[in-house]
Design a protein around this ligand. Structure first.
Ligand SMILES: [Zn+2]
Length: 76
């Protein structure tokens, strides 16, 4: 598995929450893979909840389930 560290560029641009490196909605596949490699599942889930709360403030209102899938579901 390739570990993508935060300085690899696959980080969230704010307030759009698109990836700085590939332009896809963050966390993109590369970011997810990197975060999984760096953190244990509990720390990762907490980290992504924090990011989700930040994103909710930045992004226009949308389906909560969509954000849950995007930020949280893949950490399980
Ligand atoms: Zn990316």
């Amino acid at each position: 598995m390739t570990v993508v560290l935060p300085d690899s560029g696959h980080t969230a641009e704010r307030p759009s929450w698109d990836c700085r490196a590939c332009g896809r909605p963050w966390p993109c596949d590369a970011a997810r893979e990197g975060l999984r490699g760096e953190m244990d599942p509990v720390a990762l889930a907490i980290y992504m909840w924090v990011n989700l709360e930040e994103a909710v403030r930045d992004l226009p209102p949308g389906p909560a389930l969509e954000l849950f899938e995007r930020f949280i579901r893949w950490t399980r």
